[in-house]
Design a protein around this ligand. Structure first.
Ligand code: ZN
Length: 221
């Protein structure tokens, strides 16, 4: 197996940190990134991802997966659904949960990697994430890795460097990896605003992480 890595880059804070983690671990020349156009309402994510990859000096490919909006029910792809961080009584999840998203992203990323002889996938999922998205759990990623290895007859590995880190620790890792300048290009806000709205759940979580780490968010400078 070679030591090439593919980072799933969403344009957000976590995947950007992972991009720098991969560069540190595998070497810039061995890292590439993929961004999914999954019909997200906030198209700024796509330009952010391309901008960040360019800044970091790694290739970026945007792949279309235009089916989530047709499935309905989530606030990130649905035109007429407002972001609501209130947890659904039955599922215990906010309506920003896009069912299957990370499973599909990583499966496509693995297929992309397979065709290019890339053995390592890197994703910014974290089970410490406030939302408790079930597709961000370590157990899910471990099972998915097994399924992909079997289904593609490959030894591809899924790396989740942020899995057990708090937002504060993620900011500290970003700082240690020299990823902070790129943070000025990231996009996190659920309302798609730039500068960020500051009051949605994603903005609040991001602000908390930077405040606890004692670091000024480069996006706000
Ligand atoms: Zn916001």
């Amino acid at each position: 197996m070679n030591a090439k890595a593919l980072v799933v880059l969403s344009g957000g804070q976590d995947s950007t940190t992972c991009l720098y983690w991969a560069i540190d671990r595998f070497g810039r020349e061995n890292v590439s990134s993929v961004t999914f156009d999954y019909g997200q309402r906030h198209r700024i994510e796509l330009t952010s991802a391309a901008e960040i990859a360019g800044f970091a000096g790694v290739p970026n490919v945007i792949l279309p997966i235009d089916t989530f909006a047709a499935l309905g029910g989530d606030a990130l792809t649905g035109e007429d659904i407002a972001v609501d961080s209130t947890l659904d009584e039955e599922t215990g999840l906010p309506n920003t949960f896009v069912p299957g998203r990370n499973l599909i992203f990583l499966t496509f990323a693995a297929a992309f990697a397979y065709q290019r002889n890339i053995a390592h996938l890197v994703t910014g999922v974290a089970q410490t994430d406030y939302s408790g998205y079930p597709d961000c759990r370590e157990e899910t990623m471990s099972a998915l890795q097994t399924a992909i290895q079997l289904g593609m007859e490959s030894e591809v590995q899924i790396h989740t460097p942020l899995m057990h880190l708090s937002k504060k620790e993620t900011v500290e890792l970003a700082q240690a990896l020299g990823a902070l300048p790129a943070m000025a290009m990231t996009h996190t806000c659920y309302n798609g605003e730039r500068p960020p709205c500051g009051h949605c759940a994603a903005c609040e979580l991001r602000a908390k992480g930077f405040a606890e780490a004692g670091v000024v968010d480069p996006l706000l400078i």
